[in-house]
Ligand binder design. Structure first.
Ligand code: NIG
Ligand code: FE
Length: 388
């Protein structure tokens, strides 16, 4: 089965040429064959035949968004906490425990129905790949349920048993870490690709975080880390020592952190929805990018710190409040996310890549930031199939 998308006003390929990292082609076409990109380029050079032709009407096409950080399996919500925060209360990691109680109480079917609803919500907003973490179970049985349910909707599953210490271990945090690296890891590792830890005051110390990540790596999981979200710390340096694919949040980075990130292969994943929803200061993406750090953008969809699932919204905020250019933000939300997940088959529109594309109801990708809050996603192709 082949599909030719013609009359694309602006095509963002992320296949860089000399002076354009986004590999932009005006008046372009894309040929999809058997779920993969077969060809992309100027309309005039397009192959003549395809089983099906779609006229993009001069609109823009971009790669599907790669949302490399979410917590989509949970029960309940925390609207009251958000309302209180907007009235002046501070965000604290401890709120996670109330979602743990609601998640433990929910059945598999309830969690699955909710998760599938979120998956549809993401796809409708142009996200074609999403990473999903556990972390609202915090006991062996519930963490296993969360990674297993997540694996029903994505290959990018992350075991985050070390999200916070649950109330029943309040007097002995190290005993909880024993569980995370013991029976809980045994139960969760078969369903996961990644291991993550919340390395932060109020969650896990650097030594505990290292222990968790090393145990996961020994089981074949790859490390990624939540760090420097609520204040500066040693988490970034520890993540780099362990070769983490990504450090996420990075709201409070020191100059040493930035220099070390720039010298590494680790991606720094910014989560604009978190600063938006917690009223924390926005990290300065300009400082990171100018220093040479590879930056991704993700939604961090979760009921506490960021309950948006909209990559276009996060792009708009990153441009407006984190000082990214539109091109940088679009790259970070597509190719950047792919880099954060160490995937070379997604995040670009080039021969051989998965045919994950978004047709915008706009003449240029600039509208993603220029028209915040407007539903601009007109069509999505996932593995070559039209999804909307
Ligand atoms: O990525 N930082 C830790 N975990 C989530 C917050 C989860 C919550 O508040 O429920 C985050 O922001
Ligand atoms: Fe998170």
């Amino acid at each position: 089965m082949s599909t030719l998308i013609t009359n694309i006003g602006e095509l963002t390929t992320n296949a860089p040429d000399d002076d354009d990292r986004l590999g932009t082609v005006q008046d372009a076409a894309v040929l999809i064959e058997d779920g993969r990109i077969a060809w992309a380029g100027a309309s005039g050079d397009a192959p003549a035949h395809a089983d099906q032709v779609v006229d993009a009407g001069g609109r823009a096409v971009i790669p599907g968004f790669v949302d490399s950080h979410s917590h989509l399996v949970f029960g309940g919500d925390r609207a009251a906490e958000f309302e209180a925060r907007m009235a002046g209360q501070k965000y604290a990691a401890g709120g996670i425990r109330s979602t743990v109680a609601a998640t433990r109480a929910a059945s598999d079917d309830e969690l699955r129905a909710r998760l599938r609803g979120f998956a549809r919500e993401l796809l409708a907003q142009g996200t074609t790949t999403v990473e999903i973490k556990s972390g609202y179970g915090l006991d062996v049985a519930t963490e296993e349920r969360l990674v297993r349910l997540a694996s029903e909707v994505t290959d990018e599953v992350t075991y985050l048993g070390a999200h916070v210490v649950p109330a029943e271990f309040a007097d002995d945090h190290d005993a909880y870490v024993d569980l995370v690296v013991g029976d809980m890891l045994d139960a969760c590792a078969p369903h996961a690709r990644w291991i993550d830890v919340f390395c932060e005051t109020g969650a896990f110390t650097v030594a505990q975080s290292r222990r968790v990540l090393e145990a996961g790596v020994a089981r074949g999981l790859k490390p990624r880390v939540h760090a420097s979200q609520l204040g500066p710390g040693e988490g970034v340096q520890m993540a780099l020592e362990l070769g983490a694919a990504s450090v996420d949040h990075g709201t409070y980075l020191t100059d040493d952190d930035v220099a070390a990130l720039a010298a590494s292969d680790t991606v720094l994943t910014l989560l604009p929805g978190v600063e938006f929803s917690t009223r924390q200061p926005y990290p300065d993406a300009r400082r990171l990018i100018d220093a040479g750090v590879t930056v991704a953008i993700a939604c961090d969809t979760n009921p506490g710190s960021s309950f948006t699932s909209s990559m276009p919204f996060c792009i708009a905020v990153a441009v407006r409040d984190m000082r990214m250019t539109v091109a940088e933000a679009v790259w970070a939300a597509t190719a950047g996310g792919a880099a954060a997940l160490q995937r070379d088959d997604i995040g670009a529109i080039a021969p051989g890549k998965r045919a994950d594309l978004v047709l915008l109801d706009a003449p240029t990708r600039v509208h993603l930031a220029y028209r915040p809050g407007v539903p601009l996603v007109r069509q999505v192709w996932k593995d070559g199939d039209a999804a909307l």
